[in-house]
Ligand binder design. Structure first.
Ligand code: NI
Length: 429
């Protein structure tokens, strides 16, 4: 299939200003970018932009638990451990593979409609998540959340890797130890050894809450950096550390030369009162940074546009410096940074021969009056919202087109999700 985007504004997180152009997408890739109105070949489909459509890389939700869309609203406004122990874990214990399938599909409806083309997910029954992602045509980096020292769960995660890694060019599989307080260092050593053996990345919650730093010191006698080195995490083929709110700045320097991503979950951290990740310091060191929503029970949106705006505003405000967390840097984190973190290396920029994972934004709206190539990025981050996404494409295929889902029955997914929610909440409350 080939699609021509005619006379559009192309923008990614590496550009100083947007580029007016024609873009040809063919065989899943961005085949050609040329001056507006100059492409003359035949295509299956042409979109007339008339300078009022923006073509952005698809957004990447770097850290989430998609099926938690069924748990949205449970245990609101509680501290992290109380929220997990009293509200979330008892309900999660009742989740069946079917619940996880429909909960994931529900989350993917939400994400696809907001321009998200790829997500990093840690949960369980991950074959159901992989199935839901491939049916929806979405790209995903998936890991089985590992809690406790049960080696059979690690084998399950490795089997997921064998079965799904690389499927349809859409799926990458990581190993998913949950957090320092739920997995022992010995288990982490086994996980990182397995990661090296099979060539998988590792996805881990780290230092989300302030007490975790003291916990590392009291329980294991280690600083955060020593802990990552000692357990082997820091030398995994690649590592995604979700949250990292309390990682000491003095220990961040060695990260810059490692294949390590810090996933900034700004709204989840704010809502759970966890604190504020030192974004500016991490960014200055050149560490790869992605943006994530975390699960819908702690955010409560799966909306990377909203993460962008919150991050851009928050870090300016708390640092009293409007030059920090610049719109183009934030857009880069929300696209390229996330794709790169999950092992997708030709995704997240508008460049020829890169994957055609795209979000199409309608600029023909009141709040875009005054937009031009130089200020488009700031309009997107500060004036725009995910409601401006008109269409979403992954690997050159439409998953959402003119506000309709192309590979999903919206009404059926909502109907099934309502049934699942009722089963879960009626059983547990
Ligand atoms: Ni999480």
């Amino acid at each position: 299939m080939s699609v021509l985007f005619k006379d559009v504004l192309a923008l990614d997180g590496f550009m100083n200003s947007a580029r007016p152009c024609d873009i040809l997408v063919s065989d899943g890739k961005i085949e050609q970018i040329c001056e507006p109105g100059t492409f003359s070949g035949l295509t299956d489909e042409t979109l007339e932009g008339r300078g009022r459509l923006a073509v952005l890389p698809g957004f990447v939700n770097g850290h989430t638990h998609a099926a938690m869309s069924l748990l949205r609203g449970l245990g609101e406004e509680k501290p992290l451990m109380e929220w997990l122990r009293e509200q979330i874990w008892p309900v999660e214990a009742k989740l069946t593979p079917e619940h996880i399938y429909w909960g994931t599909r529900l989350a993917l409806l939400e994400m696809a409609s907001k321009g998200v083309t790829c997500f990093g997910d840690m949960y369980f029954e991950m074959d159901q998540v992989a199935r839901a992602a491939t049916e929806m045509g979405m790209r995903a980096g998936l890991c089985r959340g590992l809690i406790g020292d049960d080696r059979s769960k690690l084998e399950e995660n490795a089997a997921l890797f064998s079965e799904w890694n690389g499927r349809d060019g859409l799926i990458s599989i990581q190993l998913g130890p949950h957090a320092p307080y739920t997995v022992s260092p010995d288990m982490l050593k086994a996980i990182t050894a397995m990661a090296k053996e099979i060539g998988a990345g590792v996805h881990f919650h780290f230092l989300e809450a302030e007490w975790e730093k003291q916990y590392l010191s009291d329980e294991f006698g280690m600083s955060p950096y020593e802990y990552l080195e000692e357990t082997g995490l820091a030398s995994a083929p690649f590592l995604i550390l979700a949250h990292c709110v309390w990682f000491p700045l003095s220990e961040m320097t060695p990260f810059k030369d490692r294949n390590i991503t810090l996933c900034h979950n700004v709204k989840s951290n704010l809502k759970l009162g966890s604190g504020i990740f030192p974004l500016d310091e991490a960014y200055r060191l050149g560490i790869n940074i992605s943006l994530g929503s975390d699960g819908a029970a702690s955010n409560n949106q799966l909306d990377i546009w909203d993460e962008m705006k919150t991050a851009a505003l928050l870090h300016k405000g708390v640092n009293k410096d409007p030059t920090l967390a610049r719109a183009s840097d934030i857009l880069r984190m929300a696209t390229y940074g996330g794709a790169n973190s999950l092992g997708f290396h030709q995704t997240g920029r508008i460049l020829e021969q890169w994957e055609a994972d795209l979000a199409i934004v309608d600029l023909d709206q009141p709040h875009y009056v005054g937009v031009d190539p130089d200020n488009l990025c700031c309009f997107i981050v500060y004036a725009g919202s995910s409601a401006d996404v008109k269409s979403t494409m992954v690997k050159g295929k439409w998953i959402y087109r003119d506000n309709r889902f192309c590979l999903a029955d919206r009404d059926e997914i909502i109907r099934q999700s309502l049934r699942c929610r009722k089963e879960l909440v009626d059983q547990s409350l």
